[in-house]
Write a protein that binds this ligand. Structure first.
Ligand code: TA6
Length: 319
């Protein structure tokens, strides 16, 4: 397991509840739920350490397909799946070429490491850590990617934000142990009407358009609107991306603030894409979601033996 990050005090997570300053963590065999005194909550499956629910201001803030498997039989369709060590379909000739799309992190059971609490600016932060390392992988998966890695994934809930952060350690030794990776938080945000939202902060960036054969383009608009299937990798994006209701004087809906991550992916399958995704239900659910995905995916991140990398994203819900 990643050694150098101070593990939070081990919690007797077998206890049904551990009330402390009114924040609670409850665990069942397959998931953990954080409950905040404000009423906010987050539920994380141990499978893939996938956030499947985040509530704030009395409402669900993430989109989750009603046909999503939640039993560990396949990656969750919705919530916040984790992408590591490769984003997208692996390219032939790369170390990740034998891995499935988006890598193995989202389809492997993670270990619950424990929980910590803090108070900042008068708001309680309740944080839960999950761990995954090379030894957690089944032999078949390990054989497909040689990196000796350790991951610690932290989910932190406050009254209006959900932070997701990843620490990646190269647990190998010697010059040959360096490995390349992508990492991304594949967040499915729930919105009232995707065709009424605007996404701000992307203007003048270069992006790869996966609906146009991965061709490179320049973003000319100050507010991106979703009017058809959209699948874009924006490189070197600013750290703060705003999602607003363009039909209501740009009323803020979400602010996504990345730290230590370079790129932002915007995805909505629209009607034609949703039809082709077997576990996408309801089929018109594309109208109520937009993926705003912070990550480092446009280029490989190289991690030398013994080195550690860290990056994360704060999702803030305004409504
Ligand atoms: O992040 C956008 C994307 O790469 C899209 O191209 C689409 O494939 C989406 O991820 C979902 O991928 P999945 O493997 O979960 O079906």
């Amino acid at each position: 397991m990643v050694g150098d990050k101070k593990k939070p005090p081990t919690l007797d997570v077998t206890a049904a509840e551990t009330p402390s300053s009114h924040a609670t963590l409850t665990q069942s065999s397959d998931r953990v739920t954080l409950s905040h005194p404000s009423g906010a909550s987050a539920t994380i499956l141990l499978y893939g350490a996938t956030v499947i629910s985040w509530t704030a201001h009395g409402r669900e803030q993430l989109w989750l397909s009603t046909a999503s498997a939640l039993d560990g039989s396949r990656a969750v369709r919705g919530g916040i799946p984790l992408v590591f060590p490769v984003f997208g379909p692996p390219q032939a000739g790369t170390a990740a070429e034998k891995l499935p799309q988006h890598g193995f992190a989202r389809t492997t059971r993670w270990e619950l490491l424990g929980r910590t609490e803090a108070e900042t600016a008068g708001d309680l932060n309740i944080c839960v850590d999950f761990g995954l390392d090379s030894r957690s992988l089944d032999e078949e998966t390990r054989a497909k990617w040689g990196g000796e890695f350790g991951l610690i994934y932290s989910v932190t809930l406050t009254s209006s934000t959900l932070e997701t952060k990843m620490v990646v350690q190269n647990a190998g030794s010697g010059e040959s142990a360096a490995f390349d990776f992508n990492v991304l938080f594949h967040t499915y945000l729930r919105v009232p009407d995707v065709e009424a939202i605007g996404i701000k902060g992307l203007n003048s960036l270069t992006y790869r358009d996966k609906t146009l054969g991965n061709t490179e383009h320049n973003e000319s608009s100050t507010t991106l609107r979703i009017t058809s299937q959209t699948d874009r990798v924006y490189r070197s994006a600013p750290d703060e991306i705003a999602i607003v209701d363009a039909s209501a004087s740009d009323k803020p809906l979400f602010t996504v603030t990345k730290v230590g991550l370079k790129d932002v992916v915007i995805w909505n399958p629209h009607a034609e894409g949703a039809e082709k995704i077997a576990d996408w239900q309801p089929k018109d659910g594309w109208k109520e979601m937009v993926c705003v995905e912070a990550g480092s995916v446009a280029e490989w991140q190289t991690l030398e033996a013994g080195a550690t990398w860290e990056g994360g994203v704060v999702h803030k819900a305004h409504l």
